[in-house]
Design a protein around this ligand. Structure first.
Ligand SMILES: Cc1cc2nc3c(=O)[nH]c(=O)nc-3n(C[C@H](O)[C@H](O)[C@H](O)COP(=O)(O)OP(=O)(O)OC[C@H]3O[C@@H](n4cnc5c(N)ncnc54)[C@H](O)[C@@H]3O)c2cc1C
Length: 534
């Protein structure tokens, strides 16, 4: 009976269940004095971040975080690059002699500072007395997922990168086309002696890497640096992880080694003879062949500086609510950082939240929440993407098949179309709790889990500013296929997949308030309530 009661309580207590049940203990593990000491001793002296001044939501950021971070970079001048962050993709490892520069092919991590891939490229170039170049290959696939929302955020972020590169005597090249088609010839034409790139577990990115590797001159080394995860993916775990809890310990035990300060990317001492073609950013944005009906959100300013300001406002204003209100979609309690993390515009979030212990102490779940998720997902995704097969073969989730057979209620089959309007109206980012509920509704409304997954991914990746990211794939698969979740009591339609319903939402937060905000014409009395009874 105790077990049943616990399960019952769990059902209604939190929807990122396994994250948060484990978060506190994981936090304790992460933040025990022993580990704190270990983390700080690994990188020598570390300046304390100033305590955050209280600020009201909506006010301009004071900039204290940026100043503290800049100071931290200064103090970390001598921080060495841990070579475990790097792996060679090519057979050769030696920089080609007599070359004209080192190239950083920017893929996922679209920022200058706090980027281990660029830090390593600069150190390599300095060692070889060579100029430093950065390139980004811009491709717009013909797809409904190619929207103004995503591409304007991307391009405006890159514009900031290009400006910063210019100040630092680094050449920035915007290449139009797929890396596999352009990059090998670009490297040969420019006579680059080595190519450094960052790491992404996404299938498309892995394919790009393979394409480049195949065509790149054999005497040019191609190396990859994991610049996205605190603990490099290949160091955290060499295998497919079954659940977040199985990888958490592996990550936290490596933090003392990898949670080090970033040295600044500095003004490069060697100037390129052949410079990059200047980019007309307005023209580049205007000429993009994207769906402009999915517009840029008002609240999210692209670029690393804006990401830093968002982090500062989180620490100042919302962090104190995170622990208690993170599952309330009406409360401003979340960090709102996912778009900047998705575009690799900053890596400071994990870093700052893990280090500035005085700031996070009011919200113990946050650091482990963030590190575990971002890390764990990168680790599991490379082999798992869209792998429904995996969900099926798993003993506890084989009820997916059952769910398909026993599916009886297929009301509101076109409900997701209405939802797409709702998603668009949430201005580019739906609250995490609502995403879970929403995706599970799609499972109810469609005729198979495959169909549900493909619709959920389509809408998520088209409308969410942070979409087309490993977190999104796992989020949809968690909701619909039970990936990384435990099995639950079997029920029609859902099988053993965790169930969420409208009543649960009513118990958790003020649904009427939420509906008034996002769907005023449709609020409580009308369709939403009817739909929810499905
Ligand atoms: C159906 C569904 C779809 C999702 N799609 C996406 C997506 O496209 N892109 C995306 O980044 N996240 C996605 N998530 C995960 C999660 O909802 C978002 O990361 C979170 O809502 C982002 O808001 P935040 O940055 O304010 O979150 P916070 O709670 O402040 O978390 C900070 C960061 O931690 C990480 N994080 C937190 N919760 C999760 C989680 N459950 N899974 C993975 N990472 C997490 C993210 O990097 C996030 O930015 C999805 C979840 C579900 C259930």
């Amino acid at each position: 009976r105790m077990g049943n009661r616990l399960q019952h309580k769990r059902l209604f207590s939190a929807c990122f269940l396994f994250t948060f049940l484990a978060a506190r203990s994981s936090f304790e593990a992460t933040m025990s004095d022993r580990k704190r000491r270990a983390a700080s001793s690994s990188s020598g002296k570390r300046p304390k971040l100033p305590s955050a001044p209280d600020r009201e939501e909506g006010k301009e950021p004071a900039g204290w975080l940026l100043r503290a971070v800049q100071q931290q970079r200064e103090d970390a001048k001598d921080q060495s690059f841990n070579r475990k962050r790097l792996r060679f993709i090519s057979e050769t490892e030696k920089v080609t002699q007599g070359s004209e520069g080192i190239l950083y092919w920017m893929l996922r991590d679209q920022r200058v500072q706090d980027n281990w891939a660029l830090i390593h490229a600069q150190q390599l170039a300095a060692q070889e007395n060579l100029p430093l170049h950065v390139c980004f290959c811009l491709v717009v696939p013909k797809s409904p997922l190619s929207t103004l929302r995503h591409y304007s955020f991307l391009l405006k972020g890159l514009e900031e990168v290009a400006k910063e590169c210019k100040q630092l005597n680094i050449q920035f090249h915007l290449l139009h086309g797929a890396a596999g088609d352009l990059l090998p010839a670009f490297v040969s034409d420019r006579d680059f002696g080595a190519v450094v790139t960052d790491f992404s577990p996404l299938r498309e990115h892995l394919q790009l890497l393979k394409d480049v590797q195949k065509k790149l001159k054999k005497d040019v080394p191609l190396m990859q640096v994991d610049a996205h995860n605190v603990v490099p993916c290949w160091e955290a775990s060499p295998k497919l992880e079954y659940a977040a809890r199985t990888i958490r310990g592996k990550i936290t035990s490596r933090l003392p080694e990898f949670l080090t300060d970033f040295p600044a990317v500095e003004k490069h001492p060697h100037t390129a003879v052949r410079t990059a073609k200047p980019v007309d950013w307005d023209e580049a944005l205007a000429s993009l062949d994207v769906d402009r009906s999915v517009e840029e959100p008002q609240w999210a300013k692209p670029g690393t500086a804006a990401g830093m300001a968002m982090l500062e406002s989180f620490i100042d204003v919302r962090l104190k609510l995170f622990n208690t209100h993170r599952n309330d979609p009406n409360a401003a309690a979340l960090s709102q950082l996912s778009p900047w993390i998705r575009f690799g515009l900053s890596d400071r979030y994990e870093d700052v939240s893990l280090r500035s212990l005085s700031l996070v102490s009011s919200s113990p779940s946050y650091p482990s929440h963030l590190v575990k998720w971002t890390q764990a997902l990168a680790c599991v995704l490379s082999t798992m993407l869209l792998c429904l097969q995996l969900a099926r073969s798993d003993r506890r989730h084989n009820a997916l098949a059952h769910a398909q057979l026993s599916r009886q209620v297929l009301v509101m089959k076109d409900g997701y179309r209405n939802e797409s309007v709702l998603w668009n109206s949430v201005d580019g980012k739906m609250h995490g709790f609502m995403r879970m509920y929403w995706a599970k509704k799609i499972l109810e409304w469609t005729s198979s889990p495959e169909e549900a997954l493909s619709i959920a991914l389509y809408l998520n990746d088209r409308y969410e500013l942070d979409g087309q990211d490993p977190n999104g794939f796992v989020g949809c698969m968690w909701s619909i296929c039970g990936i990384h979740d435990q099995g639950w009591s079997e029920r029609p339609v859902f099988g053993k997949i965790r169930y969420m319903n409208y009543k649960g939402c009513l118990r958790k937060f003020d649904v009427a308030q939420f509906e008034r905000k996002f769907c005023p014409k449709n609020s409580l009395k009308n369709t939403s309530r009817k739909n929810s009874k499905i």
